[in-house]
Design a binder for this molecule. Structure first.
Ligand code: SF4
Length: 231
């Protein structure tokens, strides 16, 4: 019997059939949601930004794939693009949970109220904290973006859902002192897991990354989980 589908299907740009790194402790598939309201210069998935693009992967096909993977995978990650852009996300998550999968969300945190409503359906969240609020708009090309992302962090802290903050950095975005200030702000809020990810420029380099690597002990202090990724 085919799995139940929401009335309005989720728009998907594609999927990764198996990942061991996107949902801690789970063998998972990743569903890439189409559309994002922000325009970060370093976006790794520009093909997913246009919310009006026709879905590259029909929702029914994604659900049929997941049904065939029952017993082989134990989790599904909703990534993007920005999953919370789509009003059909809660129904899509419910359909995936109905197949017996745990659910993770990757989000930029631009819709804190939607995130608060989704939290009871989620087993884990990866939240981008791209910068301090004052540096956000220059990265996302979107006014007011920093307040939204940091409000989403407060939502997650209040929800009790396990999560990791991710900060993508190179020295051209903001300096190392500002990166340490983010670490301090996260510690003060009670964040337990933080990852700093190397941001490559068009030239393929990550300016300043050796300095980050040298200061890893100071950056990781106080976090239960810490990772340096890339470069
Ligand atoms: S929020 Fe994420 S998906 Fe959206 S433009 Fe920025 S990096 Fe790309």
């Amino acid at each position: 019997m085919p799995p139940a589908t929401p009335a309005d299907p989720l728009r998907l740009g594609g999927l990764t059939p198996l990942t061991t790194i996107d949902f801690p402790g789970r063998l998972a598939a990743v569903l890439y949601c189409q559309g994002c309201p922000w325009r970060c210069g370093y976006c790794h998935n520009p093909g997913l930004l246009d919310a009006t693009a026709p879905p590259a992967l029909p929702w029914t096909e994604a659900l049929a794939f997941l049904q065939r993977r029952r017993g082989l995978l134990d989790g599904v990650v909703f990534s993007g693009g920005e999953p919370t852009l789509q009003a059909t996300l809660p129904a899509a998550i419910e359909a995936v949970r109905g197949l017996g999968f745990a659910v993770a969300l990757h989000t930029g945190g631009m819709y804190p109220q939607r995130l608060a409503a989704l939290a009871p359906q989620l087993d884990w969240v990866g939240l981008d904290i791209k910068a301090a609020p004052a540096h956000y708009d220059a990265i996302t090309a979107t006014p007011g973006s920093g307040g939204r992302a940091w409000a989403a962090l407060d939502v997650l802290l209040a929800s009790g859902v396990p999560f990791e903050c991710r900060t993508t950095w190179h020295a051209g975005l903001y300096d190392l002192d500002a990166l340490h200030a983010i670490a301090d702000a996260l510690r003060q809020r009670g964040v337990r897991h933080w990852a700093v990810q190397a941001c490559r420029t068009a030239a393929g380099t990550t300016p300043g990354w050796p300095m980050v690597a040298e200061q890893v002990a100071a950056l990781r202090a106080g976090f239960e989980g810490f990772a340096l990724r890339g470069a």
